[in-house]
Design a protein around this ligand. Structure first.
Ligand SMILES: [Zn+2]
Length: 286
């Protein structure tokens, strides 16, 4: 066994221990469903604009709403201001931590058809990011999802959802589409939470000491969960569950997983926009 400090980047691992074979392991899967922001891509909307996902770095204490079903019972339930993440990291400033968060968001935005925008406050944010109020572990992510996908007590008693004896649970076609890999349904995420333990030291950059985690890698990993990705394995990717310092940029596996949910980045659309921009009259300098 590895040391505990280098074992897990987050607490979502246990949710996916009973994956049915054939499901795409890079995607978060729980209760027979996968999770995603916004409606799934279809043949008719594949050229749409990137999926907008808003985020908010907490400026004060926050409690996640208790009235929505959550993937994990306790992860990131109570949080503190984002600046507190580095309160025991003497050499880091909140501003530097914020820079690493934005670098992580930019990495995912470049990799797939998503666009991050800053929300005005936590209540209006898709992803809420801050320091964990409970000083355990290193970093965590959590999701709330559409209540209509709750598994009712009868199904719980009889077995796991997706049991062929029970049949699939009806889902609204407007927000769900089958994936190629086995027709798994996609559940709309309603809010996501990313929290880092402020009582553990953080760093920026790799130095070979895997007891202290790099902030950008950690944000990249947890934001990956917040958009619906899981651990594809132990090492060799940003979404791998073991902290190591072999990769700091998204790998082809990370990118493929994000694109499985959101499609490729809309480079054609952006190129078209740039073409339009070039045609606009240039402003004359004074
Ligand atoms: Zn993780």
């Amino acid at each position: 066994m590895r040391t505990r400090s280098a074992a897990l980047l987050c607490g979502l691992a246990s949710l996916t221990g009973a994956l049915q074979p054939g499901y795409a392991e890079p995607l978060l899967e729980a209760q027979g469903h996968m999770y995603r922001w916004g409606p799934a891509a279809t043949a008719t909307n594949v050229d749409r604009a990137p999926q907008r996902i808003s985020y908010f770095a907490l400026d004060a204490a926050f409690e996640a709403p208790q009235d929505s079903p959550r993937l994990s019972a306790s992860n990131c339930g109570r949080m503190r201001a984002f600046r507190d993440i580095v309160r025991t990291s003497q050499q880091l400033t909140p501003r530097a931590a914020n820079g690493e968060l934005h670098a992580a968001l930019a990495a995912w935005q470049t990799a797939a058809g998503i666009e991050f925008i800053e929300a005005p406050d936590a209540a209006h944010a898709n992803i809420v990011i801050g320091a964990s109020a409970d000083a355990t572990g290193k970093a965590f992510a959590n999701l709330t999802y559409d209540r209509q996908f709750l598994i009712d007590p009868t199904e719980k008693a009889l077995g796991t959802p997706g049991n062929p004896l029970l049949g699939p649970r009806p889902v609204p076609q407007s927000s769900v589409a089958a994936l190629d890999n086995g027709g798994v349904t996609l559940v709309p995420i309603t809010q996501a939470y990313v929290c880092l333990n402020p009582m553990t030291p953080w760093k920026i950059g790799f130095d070979g000491n895997t007891a202290i985690y790099d902030l950008r890698l950690t944000f990249e990993h947890e934001i990956g969960h917040a958009i619906g990705l899981d651990h594809p394995g132990r090492t060799g990717s940003i979404m791998a569950y073991r902290y190591d310092e072999t990769v700091r940029d998204l790998t082809p596996l990370d990118i493929a997983a994000a694109q499985m949910l959101y499609g490729p980045p809309r480079t054609d659309r952006l190129a078209a926009q740039r073409g339009i921009a070039r045609e606009l009259p240039t402003l004359s300098s004074p």
